[in-house]
Design a binder for this molecule. Sequence first.
Ligand code: IDP
Ligand code: MG
Length: 140
Amino acid sequence: MTIQRTFSILKPDATARNITGKINAKIEHAGLKIVAQKKLMLTLEQAQGFYAVHKERAFFNDLCSFMISGPVVVQVLEGENAVEKYRTLMGSTNPTNAEEGTIRKEFAESIEANTVHGSDSLENAAIEISYFFSSLEIVG
Ligand code: IDP
Ligand code: MG
């Protein structure tokens, strides 16, 4: 029984299609609580910094362009085993491979426009949360 916090982004393809509420319903139905949330436009510098781990990948420039193509919703999710629970709820990076019932299976448009980001470890969750939120903005 470990309560964790993880970091989530509802990507520009989600805000463009006005489905952030549908995604949040799935998040809450899975038992994760949205303890912080804000909508913003990323700058190119912020997107590049956030995805710096991927900077050598062929898709890096396209990914950063996509992430600044419209507003995103950044969130902190809290709950039992939140990091792994949210990764499971998201589904595989490529929606073609995503499992039934996952966010990406239901909503993702492509391997790039795949609707959501979620931290891949507890350590990265803490780094990513602090990239976007101050502790005063997180209300459990
Ligand atoms: P994840 O979001 O499932 O953790 P990562 O491998 O960390 O997947 O990749 C980060 C993001 O980069 C993905 O969510 C997706 O938007 C994009 N991406 C990953 N692989 C590809 C690819 O092969 N082509 C285009 N975009 C990709
Ligand atoms: Mg990742």
